[in-house]
Design a protein around this ligand. Structure first.
Ligand SMILES: *[C@@H]1O[C@H](CO)[C@@H](O)[C@H](O)[C@H]1NC(C)=O
Ligand SMILES: *[C@@H]1O[C@H](CO)[C@@H](O)[C@H](O)[C@H]1NC(C)=O
Length: 436
């Protein structure tokens, strides 16, 4: 390896590496936690069926169900961040990770869809788009990618700052967190989660069943995930979590029917999801928590210009990149780091350092933690993702299983499997999650 002198490492590069770790959509941990919660609520037939969709490196040996164990299952968490890490070669996909409602001006006024969106291509329509592809695609990489997108986008739609365009989803709001300069967006994407992971690192209470326990794979975020599952689904939200995946909220339907506007039909599909009904009640989190005091009022255009960015773009959105830049990103990707913020024209501008920036601590964080805002968003995303996949894939997963069984055990086995499948029949009528 070529030896580098100090002077050959530009200072800006070091800054970039630090920034790159801060600027991602729900950081890698957040996406993996959502996917792991979903995995724990998937039907066992689907866990093995995922291996016919996802690549083999997502497979693991599972002790659940006990009969016939170990099984080869595939895990949603392995590729949950893929749409972020592969964004450099899918520059068209950057704006599918968020939605910018028009006339949304938190914290003073919150609007979500009443006036429409800056673009009809957004995280809401993309969730529908990729769920449809997952349902209709015959297979191959198209279906694989669709599943990765669904896994990822359901997560993004639950990061409140992905539901607002204000200061580019908080990317242009510079604050301090744990004594260091940070973008508001990345505080919500990953830094609060990192604190939670650190504080709960020794949480080991066993989960209530092997079905749920077998979704954990010995990762750094397991203890925090365990805490959310045990204390959250098993405790704080025990009475409500099964309704999170419901799309049949009467109020919502009525409101949609009377409010008019171009986006009424986002939820009007034959697919087991309803992005509008799910995200609309979460948008107030942007006003109530994310942009709450002491977050400074974003100065918008002025700061964006200073940072070399354009309004309406996110740090984590992809820009058309030159070949050289793409290669550099790929290299960085291999080393496991994220993207970097900034536009190609001015990629190396660090956020301006203002020692007087407000520190997000105490009251701001205590309010978020007291109401378990982050934990609940991660849990909701996981439950809804599981419901989408259980509802969409169970029939084909069981058909594949029956076929497999008839190859191995002859007609009797196949008949038994068909009988078993009919037991699930009523569950297919609604969004299906399995009890905790
Ligand atoms: C839908 O998926 C296709 C294929 O990946 C993509 O080109 C298109 O931009 C997507 N549109 C939305 C709104 O997600
Ligand atoms: C985890 O460790 C900390 C000290 O590092 C301790 O205060 C806390 O009680 C421990 N929690 C559990 C659940 O064991």
């Amino acid at each position: 390896m070529r030896r580098l002198t100090h002077s050959s490492i530009p200072f800006t590069l070091i800054v970039l590496v630090i920034l790159a770790q801060q600027a991602s959509a729900w950081g890698a941990a957040g996406h993996a936690i959502v996917a792991t919660i979903a995995q724990s609520l998937l039907h066992p037939s689907i866990r093995s069926h995922l291996c016919t969709i996802l690549p083999s490196f997502t497979s693991y040996s599972s002790p659940y169900p006990l009969k016939g164990a170990p099984h080869t299952h595939c895990h949603l968490a392995t590729l949950a961040s893929w749409p972020d890490t592969a964004k450099w070669r899918m520059p068209w996909s950057g704006h599918l990770h968020y939605v910018n409602p028009l006339h949304d001006d938190p914290p003073s006024s919150c609007a979500y869809g009443e006036y429409g969106w800056t673009s009809e291509e957004n995280v809401l329509t993309a969730m529908v788009n990729y769920t449809r592809q997952l349902k209709e695609s015959k297979g191959g990489f198209e279906r694989d990618a669709a599943l990765r997108f669904v896994t990822h986008l359901v997560g993004d739609a639950h990061q409140p700052l992905h539901l607002t365009g204000r200061a580019r989803g908080g990317n242009d709001v510079i604050v301090r967190f744990e004594g260091r300069q940070a973008r508001l967006h990345s505080v919500w994407d990953s830094q609060i989660i990192n604190v939670h992971m650190r504080n709960l690192a020794n949480y080991t209470t066993p989960l209530p069943s092997l079905r749920i326990e077998s979704a954990l794979q010995g990762r750094a975020y397991d203890a925090y995930t365990r805490w959310i599952l045990n204390e959250g689904l098993g405790g704080w939200w025990a009475d409500e979590w099964e309704s999170w995946s419901s799309c049949s909220d009467g109020d919502h339907i009525e409101q949609q029917a009377t409010s008019g506007g171009p986006t009424n039909d986002i939820d009007e599909t034959d697919l087991p999801l309803c992005p509008m009904a799910w995200t609309k009640p979460m948008h107030p989190l942007v006003c109530k928590y994310a942009f709450a005091s002491p977050v400074p009022a974003p100065s918008g255009a002025e700061e964006a210009e200073q940072l070399g960015m354009h309004n309406g773009e996110y740090d984590d959105s992809a820009f058309p990149v030159s070949w050289g830049e793409a290669k550099r990103r790929r290299r960085r990707g291999r080393r496991g780091s994220g993207r970097r913020p900034g536009s190609p024209g001015n990629p190396s501008t660090p956020p301006p350092d203002h020692p007087q920036l407000p520190e997000l601590a105490d009251e701001y964080l205590e309010r978020i933690d007291a109401d378990k805002v982050i934990q609940k968003q991660l849990a909701k995303a996981g439950v809804r993702l599981a419901a989408i996949l259980n509802t969409l894939l169970l029939e084909e997963a069981q058909a594949a299983e029956a076929q497999q069984a008839s190859r191995i055990g002859g007609k009797t086995e196949s008949w038994l499997f068909t009988l078993g499948a009919s037991l699930w029949q009523p569950l297919r009528q609604r969004l299906a999650v399995w009890g905790f």
